[in-house]
Design a protein around this ligand. Structure first.
Ligand SMILES: [Zn+2]
Length: 280
């Protein structure tokens, strides 16, 4: 029996040993698909596939080269149209580690700050962005045009927001989540709140976050309220003269946010970052 099993395994292509369990892209609205990744693991972040009248634009590339390759294969199963653009919502590796799976015909678009920040990372694999965005960047198509915007630092110094006006889909990267605290340790407190207010100006029906489920407009408002509460709570304590240790000891999540994702392990790092930038 063991010999038979060994023989079967030896005849399988090697890629199957580490087969990735890749979620089926979900049709969100006309010709726009979302891959909702499980938290953690090799896929790690959500990606989107936007099929236009002439080509395909992908938003975010997952964490590992294998996950990036699974995304490229998923595009090829959905459509014969050529994959032409990959847009990063920001430079964090869980969103761009799969870059290397995208061929030379794909232009990789990121915030203008991403290139140097990626070069400075201690470990880098895959490919660097081809184009830097600062301000606005529009991809005009007969169907599913995309508008890219930057508003200054929020989750990172490299956040790019993407808007599809006819389908009213907004991509917000890791600047907002569905009932999750978010990772703020690379973030910018005041301009993050300003970015959330900019994002609420879009009449969005679907809001695709960098992690977790797709959100509604009201979910984005809820995240904005949580963020404003957190920012003001840290600021008030700094103004009262509390030390970082005191704030960590006294600041607690109000009951309405206690069941949110990552309320355990991201909490202290978020306080540390905001204290560092605000206590001056
Ligand atoms: Zn991130």
């Amino acid at each position: 029996m063991h010999l038979l099993l060994t023989l079967i395994l030896l005849t399988l292509p090697t890629g199957l040993y580490a087969a990735l369990s890749y979620p089926e892209p979900r049709l969100l609205t006309t010709d726009i698909y979302v891959v909702e990744a499980p938290y953690g693991g090799p896929i790690a972040s959500d990606a989107s596939i936007v099929v236009t009248d002439r080509d395909v634009i992908v938003i975010d590339a997952h964490y590992t080269p294998e996950a990036g390759a699974a995304l490229v294969s998923a595009v090829a199963r959905l459509t014969d149209k050529p994959l032409r653009y990959l847009i990063h919502t920001h430079y964090h590796k869980d969103h761009m580690g799969g870059n290397g799976a995208f061929g030379p015909d794909v232009t990789v678009v990121s915030h203008v700050n991403s290139y140097q920040l990626i070069l400075d990372l201690p470990r880098r694999d895959g490919r660097l962005p081809d184009m830097g965005v600062d301000g606005k960047f529009f991809l005009h198509r007969n169907q599913n045009s995309l508008e890219c915007y930057t508003y200054g630092g929020a989750h990172t110094a490299t956040d790019v927001y993407i808007w599809q006006p006819e389908r009213r889909v907004l991509w917000v990267g890791d600047t907002a989540f569905l009932r999750s605290l978010g990772y703020m340790a690379d973030g910018y407190p005041d301009s993050w709140l300003e970015a959330l207010d900019h994002l609420l100006e879009f009449p969005a029906e679907y809001i695709v976050s960098g992690h977790g489920p797709v959100m509604s407009y009201d979910d984005l408002k809820e995240y904005r309220d949580y963020f404003a509460w957190f920012l003001n709570a840290v600021k008030e304590r700094i103004q009262r003269g509390e030390s970082l240790a005191q704030i960590k000891h006294t600041l607690r999540l109000p009951p309405e946010y206690q069941g949110w994702v990552f309320s355990g392990f991201l909490w202290e790092g978020n306080i540390e970052r905001f204290y560092k930038l605000l206590a001056k």
